[in-house]
Design a protein. Structure first.
Length: 597
C-alpha cells in the first residue's frame, strides 16, 4: 500500500517532531559522555528513537525508519540486558543524529524520501555493535533481515567499525583487495563537567509541563503587535492623563509592562541549547588538536531570545575553536608550569538586569600583549609609537583579517573567526568584552539584550530630533568640567578626559546634517558616555527625557543604511525617535574620512 502523500504541512510537522527528538537525544548522549547511562536516560533515549521510527514509517521515509530501528535495537539491548553503551555505541548514536538531520533536511527541501542506501553503512555498524554485545545473551534480534530499499545484512563480521567525529562520512574499508592500516593515536574522550552532576544521577522527578507548538513567525507577529499596542496605549494615556486618576494611570502602565514582558518571554529558550552544541564541538576539537580538554558549563537554565541562540551558534563555535587551538597549551607545557594537564574551556550564562552575559573562557596562557600590539601596528590599527591601554589592545583581535597565528590550521589562523563573532554580536545589539591574565587564561564576555523585541533605553533630545540610546551601552551620564575638555588642532576633534580615558566627542547633529552653534559650551551640555565593541564615545545632548522599555522598528530599504541607526521607535508622547546603534556609530567615527568634531 502506498505511503501518505508528502505534502508540505506533513513534512513540516515531521521535521519539527524529529528535531525535538534529535535535541533530546543529543542532550542525553552528551550528558552521559563520561558517566554511565542511568535507567531513566536509557528509557528516554529509547523513547526518542521509537518515536523517530514510528513517525518515519508513517510519513514513508524508509531510510530514517531503518536507521532508527537499528539504533533502537542497540539501545533496547542496553535497556533490557544491562549492557553498557560504551564509546563505540555513543559514537555511532552521535553519527546517526548527524545523518538523521541531513536526511530530514534533504526530505524537506526535495519533498522526496531519501534513498535507503544512504543509511546502509551506519545500519550495518549498529548491527555489528548489536551482535558483539549480545553474544552469550538470550535475545531475539528484532531487526528484519531485509528492509525496504533492497539491502541485506548477512556478513556483518566483515564490517570495519571505524567512526570519526571529524569526518562525518562513514566509509567502510573494502572487504577485498589489499588494505593499508594507518595507526591512529588513542585519545581519551573529553571530560564534560556540569554543576548539575554534583547532585548525582538520581534527581527528583520533574512535573510534566504541557506545551503547544506555535510557529516562530506567529510569536514574532504577536510581539510586534504588542509593541504597537503599547505605543498606542502610551499616546492615549498621555492625552487622557488629566481625566483619569493616578492609580488608574499607573495600573494601566503596569498591565502594559506585564503584557510586553509576557509576550517577549514567549520567544525565550534556555541557554542549554547552546551548551549541547558546544559539547559536541569540544569532543571533535579534542581529537583534532590532540589536546586534553574538558568543558565546564553553568547557567544553562538562563533564558535567551530564540533568534539570539540560533545566530550565536556559529560565533560561539569560533570562540571555542580559538580557545582550544590558541588559548590552551599542550599537556606537557601545562605540566611544566604546574597546571592541570587537562585544559578547561568554560561556558557560562547569567542574566544581569536587562541583559544576558555569555562568557566563553579558558585557563590557558592568556593573550600575548606585545605580539598583538606589534601586529596591530603593522596593520595600521595603531600608530607605530602608540601605547594604547590593554583593553584597547585586546579589541584589536576583533578587526577583520587579524591573526597572530604562526601558521594556519584547519581550525583557525585565517583571521576570519573573531571578525565573524564581532559582526554577529553587533547585529544583535550586543558587545564583546575581553579579559585576559598571562598564564591564567582569557575570557570573552558577550553582553546581549534580554529580548530583541523590546529594549530598555534612555530617550534624549538633540535640537528638534529625538533619539533613544540603549541603557546597556551607557557607561556614564554627566556634565563635563572645563578641565576635562581637550581640543586637538591636528584633527579639529574635541576629547573628554573621563576617569583617565581620552574619549572622542561625537555630535549627533553632524551625523544627520543639523546646524550646530560654533561656540557650543560643552560644560553646559549633558553628556552620555557610551561603550562600544571597539571604542568609547561621548555624546552631548540637549535634554534627557526619561528611561523605559521601547519597541524598535527596523528601517527598510535604503533607509537601513542610515549612519549609526538601528531603527525607530515611538515615544509615549507620540514623537518618533531615532534608535542609535552604538557599534555602527563607532564604525562611522573610525571609518569617516572627515573627522567628526
Amino acid at each position: 500500500m502506498a505511503g501518505p502523500q508528502l505534502n508540505t504541512e506533513l513534512l513540516q510537522s515531521y521535521a519539527e517532531d524529529s528535531e525535538a527528538n534529535f535535541y533530546q537525544m543529543e542532550e542525553l548522549l552528551m550528558e552521559h559522555e563520561d558517566r554511565e547511562f542511568s535507567p531513566d536516560a536509557i528509557n528516554a533515549l529509547y523513547r526518542s528513537l521509537h518515536s523517530l521510527k514510528g513517525n518515519s514509517a508513517m510519513v514513508g521515509v524508509k531510510a530514517c525508519e531503518a536507521l532508527a530501528h537499528a539504533a533502537e535495537d542497540l539501545v533496547s539491548l542496553a535497556r533490557d540486558h544491562d549492557i553498557s553503551l560504551d564509546d563505540h555505541c555513543l559514537e555511532a548514536l552521535l553519527q546517526s543524529l548527524d545523518l538523521f538531520r541531513s536526511l530530514t533536511q534533504e526530505l524537506f527541501a526535495t519533498q522526496t524520501p531519501p534513498s535507503p542506501d544512504k543509511v546502509q553503512h551506519l545500519v550495518e555498524v549498529f548491527r555489528k555493535l548489536y551482535k558483539e554485545r549480545s553474544e552469550g545473551l538470550d535475545v531475539h534480534d528484532e531487526l528484519p533481515e531485509e528492509l525496504a530499499g533492497g539491502f541485506l545484512f548477512d556478513e556483518v563480521d566483515d564490517i570495519d567499525l571505524e567512526i570519526s567525529m571529524i569526518d562525518l562520512g562513514l566509509t567502510p574499508e573494502p572487504t577485498t583487495g589489499p588494505t593499508k592500516e594507518t595507526p591512529q593515536p588513542q585519545v581519551d574522550e573529553p571530560e564534560i563537567v556540569a554543576p548539575s552532576q554534583a547532585a548525582g544521577a538520581n534527581s527528583a522527578p520533574k512535573t510534566p509541563v504541557n506545551h503547544i507548538r506555535v510557529p516562530t513567525d506567529n510569536i514574532q507577529t504577536l510581539i510586534t503587535l504588542v509593541g504597537e499596542l503599547s505605543l498606542a496605549a502610551g499616546a492615549l494615556l498621555n492625552k487622557a492623563a488629566d481625566s483619569i486618576s493616578k492609580s488608574d494611570y499607573h495600573r494601566f502602565e503596569r498591565l502594559m509592562q506585564d503584557l510586553r514582558d509576557s509576550s517577549s518571554s514567549l520567544a525565550l529558550v534556555p541557554a542549554s541549547e547552546l551548551s549541547t552544541r558546544m559539547r559536541r564541538l569540544v569532543r571533535e576539537l579534542k581529537r583534532a588538536t590532540g589536546k586534553e580538554l574538558r568543558l565546564e558549563v553553568s547557567g544553562g537554565e538562563t533564558k535567551l531570545d530564540k533568534q539570539v541562540v540560533d545566530r550565536l551558534a556559529d560565533p560561539l563555535m569560533h570562540l571555542v575553536r580559538n580557545c582550544a587551538d590558541h588559548g590552551l597549551e599542550e599537556s606537557d607545557a601545562r605540566k611544566a608550569v604546574g597546571k592541570d594537564p587537562v585544559g578547561t574551556i568554560r561556558l557560562d550564562c547569567i542574566q544581569n538586569g536587562n541583559e544576558v552575559q555569555l562568557t566563553i573562557g579558558d585557563d590557558g596562557a592568556g593573550l600575548n600583549r606585545e605580539k598583538i600590539l606589534n601586529h596591530a601596528r603593522g596593520k595600521g590599527i595603531f600608530a607605530e609609537n602608540a601605547e594604547p591601554p590593554d583593553e584597547t589592545i585586546w579589541k584589536a583581535i576583533l578587526h577583520p583579517g587579524f591573526s597572530t597565528a604562526d601558521q594556519v590550521s584547519a581550525l583557525s589562523g585565517r583571521g576570519v573567526g573573531m571578525d565573524v563573532v564581532q559582526t554577529e554580536v553587533s547585529s544583535l545589539r550586543g558587545r564583546i568584552q575581553i579579559e585576559t591574565t598571562p598564564g591564567k587564561g582569557t575570557n570573552f564576555i558577550i553582553h546581549l539584550p534580554l529580548s530583541l523585541a523590546f529594549t530598555y533605553s534612555i530617550s534624549v533630545r538633540v535640537q528638534d530630533i529625538y533619539f533613544v540610546i540603549p541603557l546597556a551601552s551607557i557607561n556614564k551620564i554627566f556634565r563635563p568640567t572645563q578641565n576635562q575638555i581637550h581640543h586637538s588642532n591636528a584633527n579639529r576633534q574635541n576629547y573628554l578626559n573621563i576617569e583617565d580615558r581620552t574619549v572622542p566627542v561625537v555630535w549627533l547633529e553632524d551625523l544627520y546634517g543639523l546646524p550646530r552653534p560654533k561656540d557650543y559650551d560643552l560644560t553646559k551640555a549633558t553628556t552620555i558616555a557610551i561603550q562600544t565593541a571597539t571604542l568609547e564615545l561621548a555624546i552631548p545632548v540637549d535634554e534627557l527625557l526619561g528611561t523605559g522599555q521601547v519597541s524598535l522598528q527596523p528601517l527598510l530599504g535604503p533607509l537601513n543604511k542610515m549612519r549609526g541607526v538601528a531603527g525607530t521607535s515611538i515615544l509615549p508622547s507620540g514623537q518618533i525617535a531615532v534608535a542609535v546603534d552604538c557599534d555602527r556609530l563607532a564604525k562611522e567615527v573610525q571609518q569617516s574620512k572627515k573627522t567628526l568634531q
